[in-house]
Design a protein around this ligand. Structure first.
Ligand code: SF4
Ligand code: SF4
Length: 479
């Protein structure tokens, strides 16, 4: 058995003879992945894809270079356990916001998938975006589909060697820049730049730059559609989120069949609108034929729509032989208005309402967030002891986190027991975006309390703003 690559060439495959009943047939143990040579395509959806490539990459490559308050605007400082995002500083205690972000991401994915299938895969997934960029470089250097096929099939010579060397050099440079940018989100990028220029990068930064760079080069340059087909789990469970009113990329078989070639301007007779030119297959980055129906390999990039629309324009037929539609609309020949009415079905409205509710709640929580965190740790080595004057003392360790970026003075106060007094300094200065751990001693007269555990409250309040205050409950032990 032989397999064909997307350019029509044979791909080698070892085979064994296998018996099935009385028949004897050749079955390949392993079929080499056929190389796909996607043809360049232009059109409305290609423009959208490129708009998203620009938008996502401007954010990604530009993000770590933005300054804010004499620091990097976006920095995930793992060593210091602080995440800076413009004016916000997140601490490990803010993990709830990360959870909310994950919930919002998951709900958005459900919503977009239920509305229009693999929108994320087709337009914004890093695998799609980098494959698009790497393909663009490949086309600039080696030419479009037919030139690339000829080049790959031709003998090795100076020209082929030169073109391949230049292509891989540009790919590797871009991949390393991507790895450098990625690491620049976790370590100040200007310091990293300085280290790179002086060949003085630390081992971890070197590892991650090379690792991320290698992953980019391998995934976008070599693996491409294989990542989507075999490695990405999303392709496998997407069908669970589709229903008959989900917008998918469809071929209108009723209009297109029977397919067949014909000269432009000639009467098509009994043929459908599909001229069987194969352009929709040639532009497909995963090499599938959408005319065979929805397949899990389809990443929803809509390149086949643009390709087919160009053919329809040339032939003088209406556009949309391949188009976004729904199973319901195709089966019942629904008009555009009816189809869209069903797209915004109750499930979608519910997802949208829940999503906006969570986004609104998260935004409000962030807005009213107090830039102060307090953790009280009881000193177990000295639970309760008698000190001078017969007083009972409990010792606590209080951690104050000033999440504002400027230094602040805080006032400490304890209440909850008669005669409860705080020993030592009641004012504490904490630097901007810093934490300070201080011992706090509380004392009471034994005559004023009974033995046991007593709930008390420790209040920490900013000296310059009474609204910035945290009340933490703890216990005072009397033996
Ligand atoms: S691009 Fe359109 S006309 Fe050409 S084969 Fe595909 S569906 Fe048929
Ligand atoms: S079938 Fe069309 S939408 Fe699906 S991956 Fe191929 S070109 Fe993209």
């Amino acid at each position: 058995m032989r397999t064909q690559d997307s350019a029509g060439g044979p791909a080698a495959a070892p085979s064994v003879r296998e018996t099935a009943g009385s028949a004897v047939m050749d079955q390949p143990l392993y079929v080499a992945a056929a190389k796909i040579y996607p043809r360049a395509v232009h059109g409305w959806f290609a423009a959208w894809r490129w708009a998203l490539v620009w938008a996502t990459q401007l954010v990604f490559y530009g993000g770590p270079w933005l300054p804010w308050n004499e620091r990097q605007a976006v920095l995930f400082d793992i060593a210091q356990r602080k995440f800076y995002i413009f004016a916000l500083v997140f601490w490990p205690q803010d993990v709830i916001y990360l959870t909310v972000l994950l919930v919002i991401s998951a709900l958005s994915l459900f919503l977009f998938t239920a509305v229009a299938g693999r929108l994320w895969c087709g337009y914004a997934c890093p695998q799609t975006v980098y494959t698009e960029i790497f393909l663009w470089i490949e086309r600039r250097i080696e030419g479009d589909r037919n030139q690339r096929i000829r080049l790959d099939r031709g003998d090795w010579g100076a020209r082929k060697l030169g073109l391949k060397a230049v292509k891989h050099a540009v790919w590797i440079a871009l991949a390393l820049w991507t790895g450098f940018t990625f690491v620049g989100y976790f370590t100040p990028i200007r310091e990293l730049e300085n280290s790179v220029l002086h060949f003085d990068v630390g081992p971890w930064a070197t590892f991650w730059i090379l690792f991320y760079g290698f992953a980019t080069y391998g995934n976008a340059g070599w693996m491409r559609e294989q990542v989507c087909k075999y490695m990405c789990p999303y392709a496998r469970f997407q069908s669970a989120m589709f229903d008959r009113d989900t917008l998918i990329i469809t071929y209108d078989g009723a209009r297109g069949e029977p397919r067949g070639g014909r000269a432009r301007g000639r009467d098509k007779g009994t043929l459908g609108d599909c001229v069987d030119c194969g352009i929709c297959v040639q532009v497909c980055p995963t090499g599938i034929d959408i005319r065979e129906g929805l397949q899990y390999e389809c990443i929803g990039c809509a390149a086949c729509i643009d390709g087919c629309d160009q053919v329809m324009d040339t032939m003088g037929y209406p556009r949309g032989l391949i188009r976004y539609s729904t199973q319901h609309a195709l089966d019942n020949k629904l008009g555009v208005r009816d189809m869209w009415r069903r797209v915004f079905r109750p499930r979608i409205l519910l997802y949208t309402a829940v999503l906006w509710g969570i986004i609104f709640a998260a935004a409000v929580a962030l807005y009213i967030r107090i830039p102060l965190k307090v953790d009280i740790i009881r000193d177990r080595a000295a639970i309760a002891r008698e000190v001078e004057g017969g007083l009972i003392e409990n010792v606590y360790r209080v951690q104050l986190m000033n999440t504002r970026e400027r230094a602040r003075r805080f006032l400490l106060q304890a209440e909850g027991l008669p005669g409860l007094t705080l020993v030592g300094d009641r004012t504490l200065d904490v630097d901007g975006a810093s934490a300070r751990l201080v011992p706090v001693k509380l004392r009471v007269q034994p005559a004023q309390v009974t033995a046991g555990k007593h709930p008390i409250t420790l209040t920490v309040q900013a000296e310059d703003d009474a609204n910035v205050a945290v009340r933490e409950k703890t216990i005072f032990i009397v033996r």
